[in-house]
Design a protein around this ligand. Sequence first.
Ligand SMILES: Nc1ncnc2c1ncn2[C@@H]1O[C@H](COP(=O)(O)OP(=O)(O)OP(=O)(O)O)[C@@H](O)[C@H]1O
Ligand SMILES: [Mg+2]
Length: 266
Amino acid sequence: MKKLLVTHNLSKTYVQTQGFFSRVKTNIHALDGVSFSINQGTTMAVVGESGSGKSTLAKSLVRLVKLDKGSVKFNGIDLLNLEGEGLKIARKDIQMIFQDPYASLNPRLSILQIMEEPLLIHNFQDADARRKKIEDFIGRVGLEVSDLKKYPHQFSGGQRQRIGIARALILEPKLVICDEPVSALDVSVQAQILKLLKDLQREFGLTYLFITHDLRIVRHVADDVMVMRHGKLVEEGKTDIIFKKPKNEYTKDLIQSIPGLISKRN
Ligand SMILES: Nc1ncnc2c1ncn2[C@@H]1O[C@H](COP(=O)(O)OP(=O)(O)OP(=O)(O)O)[C@@H](O)[C@H]1O
Ligand SMILES: [Mg+2]
């Protein structure tokens, strides 16, 4: 299988000053020598407690966070040293879906404008072709063409996340980074969005990096899983193997804490 993303030794330290007058500085090792790879067309889940560095990892891959150290190869290209046109192409190929679709959708823009924005940035000149693409993608995520003139506040949380997904996919990226894409949603809505993400993956051959703190979701969506703790990768492997035979104590604890798991086993 082809490796779409290969990272080596990703490291990021945040320096925090404590208190207003204090000169005490603490180093937070948000990422500490993290190396992993993702096969094309598969889903890699990232799990770990709050503060373990999951979002820092995600943001570093779309260059929202500048790494101190490490390398990222995307499709064989050195991602972190890209500039100009090369960077623009890579940016198109790696998109992100966020936890809170309300915060990530500009409330002043209509859905049409929200979906048109990435196309304009990436020089889709032909207005008719843009419109066609937007109508195609709004349909693919289960919304109507008539929804395009509405604004984010006119939708439910689940519908907003559908819009977030449509916006992320309209440039037909290769890698989609999903940072807790369903944790703000009701359980029944979660299932619909997860199904949508799976269907779209099959259709477009997408590769997902899927961040979640919910191990039940991991079992449902992920081929592989990596477990993070205090910025370090403590365990990585095939999802079914990690669930059956976790090596690391921390992974064992995480799996033990899944609600309903014990009763299912007995
Ligand atoms: N901009 C920042 N400045 C300083 N410290 C930060 C910054 N962003 C994150 N951190 C710290 O880095 C660590 C990792 O944060 P990160 O957001 O990556 O964790 P996470 O695993 O995504 O957590 P959560 O599950 O709560 O979303 C935390 O200790 C966090 O407080
Ligand atoms: Mg996070």
